[in-house]
Design a protein around this ligand. Structure first.
Ligand code: OOB
Length: 522
């Protein structure tokens, strides 16, 4: 007898009836992401699409750069269906490469410039990528420049013949349980998410968007991000320098109307003495998200920067909430907004998935036209991260008011949110545990005035080996293996770690034992 072989698809599809519903509602269109740009190129060829330092490209020039890059990639052997790990800093090249891959029908796998060996290996393995396209200098890893003297562009570039239902790219999740996972987003679900965002954030051809957070992050890409701006005829100004002086200079010089920031960055700009002299009169809206924005800081935006604030609570898995420009002031400064689509289904539930009344904090579950139904090729994880009826378990604890505005009050997931940068403790612990001298380790988030949380590690040495575990030695071990932002700011050597009673280290126990929370919210 032969056992029946069941293959689990890499991508969990939306159920057929749900697909019909989203198509009928008109939220899912037929355009792929590169089509949306091509429409803009046809309509506004002479408008400025991108400003990257001294480089300024019109839409027509951007289209030509994409075409060139497509040829280079095809000549390198990239074919439709390939996954290509893309790791580029903010800039015009990022856009050319991203759209070139879309146009080829290849899937960019968006790495952050900060990612190192562990994350990159994970991305390559998880996506089965054959290429890694980067200009980031990485020890021991060859790098490929985008416009090299190298191969001649291919004469015949295979065009993608796929549709809007295809997976457009993969993104790395921050990780809700354990290690980060890959997020497959389709052309049509993603297009809907940024075009709907554009409506709520009033993006049009007069928008000048400053991309200062990493462009490979979902926030910068789609909330409403450069994809919306370039689909609607606006201008994207790119920078890799988030310092107040650099940002203020770009805002003044290019008459920037929209900026997206994580809370520590917004605070840095607010606190900068350079603000007084800066000409920020063009700024229309500051979008803040990625981590909880303190109300006291939110209240400073309008008076001190002279622009509107929109809070953004989003996740690479899908759901994005915004405060609306016309919302009452207390909603804008005191909540993280409400879901952007009428078709978003959110539930706030207790530990047994039972619905809770408005006003009672609970776990947020979500399902909708731009929220994934599963991670890429990860059936095991999916069973834990999604309900049987397809709701994504966000891992966030929220409180909803009567109008549906959500306030993020905590977290049920094992993840550290370092000012918007997500760290899975298990990933860092695993890398530390390969050191022979370490007996046990626990990585925790510690309250931090600016970042919200910072990363610290509690380390138990094997008998007699504590001397080897100096902070410089531990940092040296991690550097190059993971993104710098995941490297604990402090290492504490302790005699033992508190247990949960089942032989597992309790992070809560570590937190309670070794440091005092800054406030009662944890
Ligand atoms: C954004 O996406 P991710 O995937 O890096 O992180 C998602 C997680 C959320 O589950 C939540 O824990 C946290 O980041 N988060 C916030 C927040 N925005 C995100 N927590 C409190 N307040 C907020 N405003 O971070 C992201 C994706 C799209 C747009 C904006 C942010």
């Amino acid at each position: 007898m032969t056992a029946a072989v069941t293959t689990v698809p890499d991508v969990v599809p939306y159920p057929d009836d749900v697909v019909e519903r989203y198509l009928a509602a008109g939220v899912w269109g037929a355009d792929r992401l590169e089509d949306l740009l091509h429409h803009a190129v046809a309509r506004w060829p002479e408008r400025t699409a991108v400003v990257d330092g001294e480089r300024r490209w019109t839409y027509a020039e951007l289209a030509a750069a994409i075409e060139r890059t497509r040829g280079v990639l095809a000549a390198q052997g990239v074919v439709p269906g390939d996954a290509v790990v893309l790791q580029l800093p903010n800039g015009a090249d990022f856009l050319a490469a991203t759209y070139a891959l879309f146009g080829l029908g290849a899937r960019p796998v968006f790495a952050l410039p900060a990612h190192r060996e562990t994350e990159l290996a994970h991305l390559v393995r998880g996506s089965r990528a054959r290429f890694h396209l980067t200009t980031v200098p990485l020890a021991g890893v060859g790098s490929t420049a985008l416009e090299p003297a190298g191969p001649e562009p291919a004469d015949v570039v295979p065009a993608a013949d796929g549709g809007a239902e295809d997976v457009a790219f993969l993104q790395l999740s921050g990780g809700t349980t354990g290690l980060p996972k890959l997020i497959p987003r389709t052309h049509r679900d993603y297009a809907y998410s940024f075009l709907r965002s554009a409506e709520l954030c009033r993006v049009d051809e007069s928008t000048v968007f400053l991309a200062v957070l990493p462009m490979s992050h979902n926030f910068t890409m789609s909330s409403p991000g450069f994809l919306a701006v370039l689909s609607l005829g606006g201008t994207v100004v790119t920078t890799t320098d988030p310092s107040p002086s650099a940002v203020f200079d770009l805002v003044a010089r290019h008459r920037v109307t929209m900026v997206a920031a994580v809370p520590p960055l917004a605070q840095l700009w607010l606190d900068s003495p350079a603000r007084e002299a800066a000409d920020l009169t063009s700024l229309d809206v500051l979008l803040v998200g990625g981590a909880r924005f303190a109300q006291a800081t939110a209240e400073r935006v309008r008076p001190e920067l002279g622009c509107d604030l929109q809070q953004v609570y989003g996740m690479a898995e899908g759901l994005v909430c915004y405060t609306r420009r016309e919302d009452p002031y207390d909603v804008v400064v005191g909540s993280q907004g409400r879901p952007m689509s009428d078709l978003d289904e959110v539930r706030v539930v207790d530990d047994e998935d039972r619905p809770l009344p408005p006003g009672t904090p609970g776990h947020l579950l979500v399902r909708g036209p731009y929220t994934i139904r599963g991670y890429f090729a990860a059936p095991g994880h999916n069973a834990a991260s999604f309900t049987d009826d397809g709701f994504y378990r966000t891992g966030d604890v929220v409180r909803a008011d009567e109008a549906g505005n959500l306030t993020v009050v905590g977290r049920g997931k094992e993840q550290i949110n370092r000012g918007g940068e997500k760290v899975a403790p298990a990933e860092v612990e695993g890398l530390l545990l390969v050191l022979d001298a370490i007996h046990d380790v626990c990585v925790v988030g510690v309250p931090d005035d600016v970042l919200g949380e910072r990363v610290e590690a509690y380390v138990v040495a094997h008998p007699g080996r504590a001397g080897e575990l100096t902070t410089p030695a531990l940092r040296r071990h991690l550097r190059g293996r993971v993104a710098d932002y995941k490297i604990p700011e402090r290492f504490h050597l302790v005699d033992h770690l508190p247990g949960t009673g089942v032989g597992k280290v309790s992070r809560r126990g570590v937190a309670a034992r070794y440091f005092q929370p800054a406030d009662g919210e944890r």
